[in-house]
Design a binder for this molecule. Sequence first.
Ligand code: ATP
Length: 195
Amino acid sequence: MRVGIFGGTFDPPHMGHLAIADAARQQLELDEVLFVPSNRNPLKATKSASAKDRLEMVRRAISGHQHFAVSDIEIARGGPSYAYDTVSELVYIRPAEYWWILGSDSLKTFEQWRQPDKLSRLCRLAVAVRPPTTLRDVQDRTSDWLKPRIDWLVLPPSEASSTDIRLRIQANKPVANLMPSTVLDYIQERKLYRN
Ligand code: ATP
């Protein structure tokens, strides 16, 4: 089994996330991409929808995608969410070859994550370049020890961002093309991101 773990806040999930998951699945020949909404990202303070709502939005975003699944492993664990804890747990309960999927903005902070060296031996990293940076810039900034542990995903750069979507909703700007309609329906039903 080859499994990609896609960790994130998913507040809310957007088309950029789905494109990355799709590219990872195809390019790394993954059997599954497992979306793992964090309970709390220790390096990211802003979060506005509840864990339950973020989990449900991911569920809706991936419904109909045969090779995508969602796990509440970090939400159920509670507290701050560390990729190292999550991958260690998954390797134990469900042995497979794992990749941690992330954007290049997250890769920048990788060495501040819990046990980055051990984590990079438990799983490879699958990185999507996120504008405004370029592949060349990211590669130049990546530590030499980490480079051999990375698979670079090839996909059109996407400006999609959850922060931008939350701001657009507050400002009553259109967001329909930025996320699956199932997610937008849920946001409207639950009146999320309005205040
Ligand atoms: P925010 O805009 O609020 O920071 P986000 O759009 O980055 O949120 P997250 O759920 O935090 O959404 O992202 C999960 C993962 O997906 C992170 O590793 C992030 O780097 C990556 N990611 C999200 N959007 C993109 C994008 N447009 N291009 C590349 N990577 C992305």
